[in-house]
Design a protein around this ligand. Structure first.
Ligand code: NAD
Length: 492
């Protein structure tokens, strides 16, 4: 089995604990590599290296345009190694090779875009309302950023944090999910190859409470950029609050995908299927509630089942495979449990409804694409994030009803609307409480466009120019221009 090391201060290193844990291949349900079991001592080493790089190392002296240059070189190296890195994600994570290749070939754009932004962050001269004073602002980095990520798209989620953090001049300690750490460790040496000084990018691995929490609470960490579950995010937020740290949270969702009776049905059915069954439903933006205008309901469900039934399952490395395994055994069990909950609550299972027993699925953690009708928005299957290939179909009467049901959730990550009416599309985009609204499409995504959650789906934004603001602080500089310091007893 491959045995990984952590990446601290520009070098691979064993964990202080001297312990490793197994990481599984979800397609075979067997371990394939050993991941270092990090702890507080490893966090100490990583944060010390990152702090030093931030405040006194070569990195701290680089001009923003030089940082941008390094980032563009890193983007080129990731593009060069896209196939290799994608293959690691497939093995460790069960993600489809086609999806991972798409992600890996897209990731360099983050480094190009934020590398390009690095030298375009300008302060301003304030036309201040006081005599003899010159006032200007400058944007400065925060310090050491702790990036903590979920398992579902490991390098993608890490990139959303690393790229703006580095562009702003911070240094980074990444703690990937214990279920999908290998790709971060495979990525790490590319930073040195691109010319980043040691300590600018570090990876510590292990379990949340053992290595994640010491990282969040470490006094040398200025900001936490977290992607994960609502419960995990809430806990991290509480721990970070004790140190009054900045936090961005990208959390869960229960996104509505809304089909009106004036939609182009073929497109809407494709959008519904890709909304929930792409990535085996293991995406925060999964369109897991399908809201269908009532008079369309039966026809739409029939077409939906017809298309979803054709999904090819099996080896995620096979380019013909369309639905892969669930990434982790606990998640596999959780998804199956939700299917039972939905049945008990009175949902009508019209497709799937259990583990996939197809021969091509072998002993992997596969769940059949599953669709429930007769779901009301109060049921657990409509309110709780399943994070698997399970769709709840809910009928609605009119626009107002659709918006009401769509917004009746604690989450607010994304929403889809299928209609041919531009007026309706714009009205719905305004009514929906979600950080992203898609009209006649689903899962569109770019480094250029801000992404994040309303309500309990998160805090702050990733991607786009907005993300830069999450990694900087502004300083106001006042210069007295008068030749003498004024009378201290006169208020100016
Ligand atoms: P999780 O909350 O269990 O874990 C996320 C990360 O937090 C992991 O690296 C974990 O080790 C770490 N962690 C756990 N306990 C910690 C602690 N006490 N202190 C510090 N770190 C700790 O989430 P998960 O199961 O890995 O991911 C699935 C969730 O992620 C889903 O809810 C999904 O919606 C969400 N997600 C959100 C987005 C988004 O952008 N909004 C994207 C992908 C996934």
């Amino acid at each position: 089995m491959q045995k990984y090391q952590m990446y601290i201060n520009g070098a691979f290193t064993d964990p202080v604990s001297g312990q490793w844990f197994e990481t599984d291949n979800p397609y075979t349900a067997k371990p394939w590599a050993l991941i270092p079991r990090g702890g507080a001592e490893d966090v100490e080493r990583a944060v010390t290296a990152a702090s030093r790089a931030f405040s006194e190392g070569e990195w701290s002296k680089l001009k923003p345009s030089q940082r941008g240059h390094l980032m563009r070189r890193l983007g080129d190296l990731i593009a060069r190694d896209a196939v290799r890195l994608a293959a690691v994600e497939v093995r460790d994570n069960g993600k489809l090779m086609v999806e991972m290749l798409g992600q890996l070939r897209y990731i360099p754009q983050w480094y190009y875009y934020y590398g390009g932004l690095a030298d375009k962050i300008e302060g301003s001269v304030i036309p201040i309302d006081k005599p003899d004073v010159f006032n200007y602002t400058r944007y400065e980095p925060l310090g050491v950023v702790a990036a903590i990520t979920a398992w579902n798209s490991p390098l993608f989620l890490a990139t959303f944090k690393i790229a703006p953090a580095l562009a702003a001049g911070n240094t980074v300690v990444l703690k990937p999910s214990e279920y999908a750490s290998a790709s971060a460790l495979e990525l790490a040496p590319l930073f040195a190859e691109a010319g980043f000084p040691p300590g600018v990018f570090n990876v510590v691995t292990g379990f949340g409470p053992e290595v994640g929490e010491p990282l969040v609470s470490h006094p040398g960490v200025a900001k936490i950029a977290f992607t994960g579950s609502e419960a995990g995010g809430q806990h991290v937020y509480e721990v970070a609050a004790r140190g009054l740290k900045r936090v961005t949270l990208e959390l869960g969702g229960k996104s509505p995908n809304i089909i009106f009776d004036d939609a182009k049905l073929d497109d809407a059915v494709k959008g519904a299927v890709s909304g929930i069954f792409a990535a085996t439903g293991q995406t925060c933006i999964a369109g897991s509630r399908l809201l269908v205008q009532r008079k369309l309901h039966d026809e739409l469900v029939e077409r939906l089942v017809g298309l979803a039934r054709t999904a090819r399952m099996g080896d995620p490395a096979d380019p013909a495979t369309q639905v892969g395994p669930v990434t982790t055994r606990p998640q596999f069990e959780k998804v199956l449990n939700y299917i039972e909950v939905a049945k008990r609550e009175g949902g009508k299972c019209v497709l799937g409804g259990g583990p996939a027993k197809r021969p091509e699925c072998g002993s992997g953690w596969f769940v059949e694409p599953t669709i429930f009708t007769a779901v009301s928005n109060e049921m657990r299957i409509a309110q709780e994030e399943v994070f698997g290939p399970v769709l709840a179909v809910i009928p609605f009467e009119d626009e107002e009803g659709a918006a009401r049901i769509a917004n009746q959730t604690k989450y607010g990550l994304a929403a889809g609307v299928w209609t041919q009416s531009i007026r309706r599309a714009i009205r719905m985009a305004e009514l929906l409480q979600a950080g992203t609204v898609w009209i006649n499409t689903y899962r569109a995504f770019s480094y250029m466009s801000p992404f994040g959650g309303y309500k309990r789906s998160g805090l702050g934004r990733e991607n786009g120019i907005e993300a830069m603001g999450e990694y900087m602080q502004v300083k106001s500089v006042w210069i007295n221009l008068s030749t003498e310091v004024p009378n201290p007893f006169v208020m100016r």
